[in-house]
Design a protein around this ligand. Structure first.
Ligand SMILES: [Ca+2]
Ligand SMILES: [Ca+2]
Length: 88
């Protein structure tokens, strides 16, 4: 009986570790800076990318596609701007 409880405890612990390890990779769309919130900083990153000043790495591009149309362009800048201003 005790052995079973230990096994369950270990299984839960393993699951918790997996969740902790996996979850930080999940960022909200728009949070390109990956600091856990969508702010003016993320807007600046998209703006620089769209203007060709600073490229967003390929793996982070999906975070920059704010309107979800598959492209990162001025529409995402506008959408993110509106979001930050509270305009939907
Ligand atoms: Ca951010
Ligand atoms: Ca887009």
């Amino acid at each position: 009986m005790k052995k079973k409880a230990v096994m369950i405890f270990l299984a839960v612990l393993l699951l918790a570790v997996l969740v902790i390890v996996v979850i930080p990779e999940k960022y909200e769309i728009g949070d390109i800076s990956k600091d856990g919130e969508i702010t003016i900083l993320d807007l600046l990153i998209i703006q620089k990318h769209v203007l060709g000043l600073e490229e967003i790495p390929n793996k982070d591009l999906q975070l920059a596609d704010f309107n979800g149309d598959g492209y990162v362009n001025e529409k995402d800048v506008e959408a993110l701007q509106n979001y930050l201003l509270g305009i939907k």
